[in-house]
Design a binder for this molecule. Structure first.
Ligand code: GDP
Ligand code: ZN
Length: 317
């Protein structure tokens, strides 16, 4: 028995690697595992650590060729994972990736302008799945004084909420080195709405990568009720990344109204001091969250995102 990491999933086949070694070898699932994760279309996901073995008729110690796939016998416990619904009309879910060290959320202050409530939903999703989020502000080369002022307000809001904010430019390469350093020895998910420069950024990190291909096949697959497959890439400078196609490839959460505030870290921190339990942090007297908003300790923008999510009843994708 040996263990390896799933780096690619295409139909019934998987590619595994014994990281940090990057020699990929094929594998298939043992039928039994297939049945276990009934609600998920992929019981084994990219990023999973799996146990595998070779069929008995292969002599001991013989290394497999491309024609002799290993057999995945077990998925090791996951540190975390992110899921999405497989297709609009489907009740099944699809695991995007497992064992992530962080998610980079790529945004822009302009071209296009980031929508804070939308970003906040993504951050809540990361919190729910236990994946540390890092906000990457791209296209800084285009920002004039006015936009830089907006960026500074943005920074205050999100650093105040506890999220690292990095500034980069895929075009000039500013900040890309720091991003590359963060990627080393870890697995990072990249996400962002189309147009923010996510593909450009991945290319800037490693010019040999071509994330576009995945995006095209995603668009193609969306029309049919087909599962989207994710792939892990190795950066030439070290570390592994998974590209999610646009924001559709991002997670799904289903929260009760009471749960939402648990995933706003800055609200969670003070909510223990609310007079009422549970507290929706809206009309209740003695609400520590509202007091923190009034005192400027919690940003009005984040609080408004929270109220918006409450109103919608806690379903996001
Ligand atoms: P994606 O849809 O998020 O993958 O975005 P792309 O990488 O395709 O980039 C969208 C557009 O923004 C393209 O025209 C890129 O050339 C441009 N772009 C990406 N990054 C930057 C940047 O840092 N600065 C500038 N000025 N343009 C950028
Ligand atoms: Zn409260």
């Amino acid at each position: 028995m040996d263990t390896a990491t799933v780096v690619k999933h295409t139909g019934s086949h998987y590619l595994l690697a014994r990281l940090p070694e990057w020699s990929l070898f094929p594998a298939v699932l043992r039928g039994r595992i297939r049945l276990k994760g009934a609600s998920s279309t992929n019981p084994v996901a990219v990023g999973d650590m799996v146990r595998f073995e070779y069929p008995d008729n292969l002599p001991d110690g013989e290394t497999p060729t491309a024609e002799t796939p290993a057999v995945i016998t077990e998925v090791l416990p996951r540190k975390n994972y992110m899921i999405r619904r497989s297709a609009n009309l489907s009740r099944q879910s699809h695991i995007i990736a497992a064992n992530l060290d962080r998610a980079f959320i790529v945004v822009t202050m302009d071209f296009p302008e980031v929508k804070l409530p939308f970003l906040d939903r993504i951050l809540v999703t990361c919190e729910v799945y236990g994946i540390p989020a890092v906000i990457v502000v791209n296209k800084t080369d285009l920002y004039d004084a006015q936009i830089r002022e907006r960026l500074s307000v943005f920074r205050t809001i999100y650093e105040g909420a506890g999220y690292p904010v990095m500034e980069v430019s895929a075009v000039t390469g500013d900040g890309v080195g720091k991003l590359r350093d963060m990627c080393r020895d870890s697995l990072s998910l990249f996400s962002g709405v189309s147009g923010v420069g996510k593909s450009s950024l991945i290319k800037a990190l490693d010019p040999s990568l071509n994330p576009r291909t995945g995006e095209i096949s995603e668009a193609h697959l969306q029309g049919r009720h087909t599962t989207t497959f994710y792939e892990m890439y190795r950066l030439a400078t070290g570390g592994y990344i998974i590209d999610t196609p646009g924001i559709r490839g991002f997670g799904l959460v289903d929260l009760s109204r009471e749960e939402i505030a648990l995933y706003f870290p800055e609200m969670l921190k003070v909510s223990g001091d609310c007079r009422f339990v549970p507290c929706t942090h809206t009309h209740e007297p003695g609400c520590a969250v509202k007091e923190a908003v009034e005192a400027g300790k919690i940003s009005v923008e984040r609080y408004e995102s929270y109220l918006g999510m409450l109103e919608e009843g806690g379903k996001y994708r």
